[in-house]
Design a protein around this ligand. Structure first.
Ligand code: SIN
Length: 287
């Protein structure tokens, strides 16, 4: 029987009593979907799914997105992005160092993905955890004067400047990339299109700035918001076991991966990404 168990007071729901490879009833699916929207991350433990089942399960939460230009998509299932330090024939099979700073996926895009589903296939004995932060809870806890101050502000995100933070192992952007990667702006307070709740969209340890403010005004405000939003009361650290799935809502969560010993240990994670909201309620497979 489906059980939805809060992970902490501030964030997350553990979904128990389901095998994600089996049909899920519309009623259960609706409860799971709502828990995702309300608590921003879902944890499913002990799941054994093929890449095809991973993609199919992801579809219950929205349209699946394929990183068309990624060199780390799974060959047979391009919807799956491989995050790993494993090499084959001397070549990396996945992105090894991504996501080490607090971030929201694709913030540098005009239309960032709405969510991601990460599945653990091989995990190191220590490290390689993932932290999640609930940006709705962080927004709600801000002093009213700060909420008012930031209500109509926008953040400017430079993909070029974020590069060394997000992907320290990759070369600096080329001239062509610099020309293509134009800065984007997003509201600093994001209104969730499904729930209508407000969430802070202030970025993590990456150099964002606030549109229309001088550097002297922008830097302290953004630093305050970034530090405020990742306090322990809004965050949860997931210690992975093989077979775990974490689904996060990119509109209301930030996340970051932690260090592990890449030389001694292997980590193999499969990630699907969700680009758009569900087209209709009731995408379960059984009545
Ligand atoms: C990510 O940032 O999408 C991946 C996080 C992780 O590898 O734990």
């Amino acid at each position: 029987m489906l059980e939805l168990v809060p992970i902490t007071e501030g964030i997350g729901t553990e979904v128990r009593g389901i095998d994600v490879t089996r049909p899920v009833s519309d009623v259960d699916l609706e409860r799971i979907y709502q828990a995702w929207i309300d608590t921003t991350i879902l944890v499913f433990r002990g799941q054994d799914m093929t890449p095809t089942q991973h993609v199919e399960f992801t579809r219950h939460f929205g349209e699946v997105f394929t990183y068309t230009r990624s060199q780390f998509n799974d060959d047979e299932h391009p919807e799956i992005l491989i995050l790993s330090n494993i090499t084959r024939d001397g070549k990396p099979i996945g992105s090894a160092y991504s996501g080490r700073v607090w971030h929201s996926d694709g913030a540098y895009l005009t239309d960032p993905p709405v969510g991601s589903m990460l599945y653990a296939r091989e995990v190191p004995p220590e490290g390689g955890d993932t932290w999640y932060g609930n940006m709705m809870a962080a927004y709600d806890a801000l002093p009213p004067a700060v909420q008012e101050r930031i209500a109509d502000l926008k953040v400017v995100i430079s993909r070029v400047q974020s590069r060394p933070y997000n992907y320290p192992d990759r070369p600096a952007p080329t001239e062509k990339e610099r020309a293509e990667w134009v800065d984007v702006t997003h509201p600093l307070v994001r209104v969730h299109e499904v729930s209508g709740r407000k969430a802070l969209y202030a970025g993590g340890n990456v150099p964002w700035r606030i549109e229309g403010l001088s550097e002297d005004e922008s830097a302290p405000l953004i630093t305050f918001l970034q530090e405020f939003s990742v306090q322990p009361r809004f965050t949860y650290c997931h210690r992975w076991s093989v077979g775990d799935i974490v689904l996060w809502d990119n509109r209301s969560a930030m996340h970051r991966a932690t260090y592990y010993d890449h030389v001694k240990h292997r980590r193999l994670m499969h990630r699907t990404t969700i680009s758009g909201v569900r087209s209709a309620a009731g995408t379960g497979s059984e009545a």
